[in-house]
Design a protein around this ligand. Sequence first.
Ligand code: ADP
Ligand code: MG
Length: 340
Amino acid sequence: MAIQVLPPQLANQIAAGEVVERPASVIKELVENSLDAGATRVDIDIDKGGSKLIRIRDNGGGIPKGELALALARHATSKVQTLEDLEAILSFGFRGEALASISSVSRLTLTSRTAEQSEAWQAYAEGSEVAIKVMPAAHPVGTTIEVADLFFNTPARRRFLKSDKTEFTHIDEWLKRIALVRSDVHFSLSHNGKPVRQYRGAVTDAQYLQRLAQVAGRAFADSAIKVDCQHDGMRLSGYLQSPALCELVDCHYFYVNGRLIRDRLVNHAVRQAFGELGTFEQPAFVLSLTLDPHQVDVNVHPAKHEVRFHQARYVHDFILQVLQSALRQMQDLPLAVDAA
Ligand code: ADP
Ligand code: MG
C-alpha cells in the first residue's frame, strides 16, 4: 500500500483506542473536563453500565457557542497554548483529544451555556461523520454532555465491554478516587434512573471524614491518622491507616497535584514508612502531594496515570519522612537516629 494520510475519523478512532477503553474512561475524561471548567457540582447519569448512555451535567463555566464545534475537534484545547504552559500544567486536560476521540466512537450531544450568553446551544456529532450541527437549547450556565451508544461504529471494541454490572463497578471505583481528592465538589451518580451515589461537597475535616467513610468504610475513617506537612514548596496531606486498625482496607490512593497516579517511588516510600511497624501487608492511605508543576512531568502517557518527578529522590525522601514522623507520633516509636 502507498503511504496515505489517515482520514480524520479513522485517526480519531485510533486515538480513541488509547483513552477510551470503556464507559469508565469516558466518564473520567468528561468529569475531568467539568472540573477543569470550575464545576462545583457534577451529576452523572448512566444507562446499562454506560454502554447505552452516559450523561454528565456540570455547573462549570460552559463553552461559548462559537467554540462548540471546535471543542469536538482533535488537538483543540483551551488549556495550553505553548510549551511553557505544558511544563506547568495544573489542569487535568491538555491533549485536546478526549471529545474528538469519544465523539468518533459514539453519538455525542454537547449542550452548553456560558454566563455571558442568554441562551444555551447544542452541538451533535455522530461518529464525527455528519457535519456538526449547532442548535439553540435550554440549559443553565454549565455543560451537559451525552454520550449514547458507545462503540456503535466499532463493533470489535463494543464486544470487549463487560456486563453492565462490571462496567458500573469500574465507574463507581473511578468516582471514589476523584471524590476523595475533590471533596469540594458535589458528585452524584444514577444508574438506570436510580440514584446510587451522592457525595456532598465537603469543606471541613469532619465533612471530609464523612466522605472518607463513604468511600473506605467507617472503621478506617474513624481511626485514620491525619497527615499534613509542608516543606520547600511541597505539601503532603491526607490520611493513613491507624496501626490500631488491623483489618485490610481496600484504599490506596496517591494524588499528585490532584491527579491519581501510580508510581513505584511513591509506593516504595509508603511501604518503607509502614515497614518499620511490621503490622500491615498493605496499609490503607489517601495521600495528596502538591508541588510546583514544573517539578513533575504529567505528559508521560495518554491516560496520565504516570508522572515523572524531576527530583525523584527528594520527593521520595520527603514522603518517607512525613509518613515516618506521623506514624512515630502515633506509636511513640524511638526515632531512627536514636536507634543508630
Ligand atoms: P482537553 O481537556 O485536553 O483540553 P477535550 O477534548 O477534553 O480536551 O476538551 C476540549 C475543550 O473543550 C477543552 O479544552 C475545553 O475548552 C472544552 N470543554 C470540554 N468539556 C467542557 C466542560 N464540561 N465545560 C467547559 N468546557 C469544556
Ligand atoms: Mg479533557
